[in-house]
Design a protein around this ligand. Structure first.
Ligand code: AMP
Length: 253
């Protein structure tokens, strides 16, 4: 296996309380801490491990997004990716990009870079779409292994253990393939300070969607983004009988 392409998305940090914009067109991103999507850290870790085991020769980290997305590519390089490709999309346009556009971009880069494997996170924690890996595989017409819990190289290709409802499923796939990383695939390493410094010198290529010939016209209109309903205050009841009466009254039992 020569090259592994890893998708790294810059998302609002998982610890931040997300706020909806007053005009309900989206969520507030300005002045908010962002980080690499947690599942993408797992994808990067897996690709870097493959390189360390000499199963891969090069790891390329790709991020599609505004200028700041370069930060997550640097983080991926500090974790061990060899180089990066930043598909720069202005913020306003990026807010309208959907998984189908990202998939087409990643598929084009996978072919241009002659990748043997594309590893993505199973889901981005901002849009929660869980679509990009599946659609990238479809665009490329490559096999897919989603929700990976374990990835093993075999002579014929890969043996993958997948997390499915109620258990694990083992499948075999040929290479090239598109995989998505689930939570228990590995524990991502921290980027150490010396590696963060080294990453600054690694090559980072900048391209646009237009350079790649990908049309990013939105296919979905976002009509309104709303906060979840505020939870109503609870009530205290005197004893179990009162609780049962209340539940009956509410039609819950
Ligand atoms: P989603 O289908 O949006 O839940 O995203 C699934 C995965 O696709 C993410 O975990 C990333 O690995 C990849 N991905 C999604 N959006 C981007 C992006 N803008 N740049 C790079 N990779 C992305």
């Amino acid at each position: 296996m020569a090259r592994v392409l890893v998708g790294v998305k810059r998302v609002i940090d998982y610890a931040v309380k997300v706020r909806v914009k007053p005009d309900k067109t989206g969520v507030v991103t300005q002045g908010v801490k962002h980080s690499m999507n947690p599942f993408d850290e797992i994808a990067v870790e897996e690709a870097v491990k493959m390189k360390e085991k000499k199963l891969a020769t090069e790891v390329i980290a790709v991020s599609v997004g505004p200028a700041q997305s370069a930060e997550v590519i640097r983080t991926a390089m500090a974790m061990g990716a060899d180089r990066g490709v930043h598909v720069e999309v202005p913020q306003a346009e990026y807010e309208l990009l959907q998984p189908i556009h990202i998939s087409k971009i990643l598929a084009k880069l996978a072919l241009d870079e002659k990748a043997d494997l594309v590893i993505l996170g199973k889901q981005a924690i901002d849009d929660d779409a869980n679509q990009t890996a599946q659609m990238t595989a479809a665009v490329l017409n490559w096999p897919q292994g989603t929700f990976c819990n374990k990835i093993e190289k075999t002579d014929a290709g890969l043996t993958i253990t997948r997390e499915i409802d109620g258990g694990l499923e083992t499948i075999k796939t040929k290479i090239p393939a598109v995989l998505s990383a689930d939570l228990r695939l590995n524990t991502p390493r921290y980027a150490t300070l010396p590696n963060i410094m080294k990453a600054k010198k690694k090559p980072l290529k900048k391209v646009t969607a237009k350079d790649l010939g990908i049309d990013t016209t939105p296919r979905i209109d976002i009509i309104s983004v709303e906060d979840p309903p505020v939870r109503q205050a609870g009530a205290t009841v005197a004893d179990v009988d009162a609780l049962v009466a209340k539940l009956k009254e509410g039609g819950h039992i």
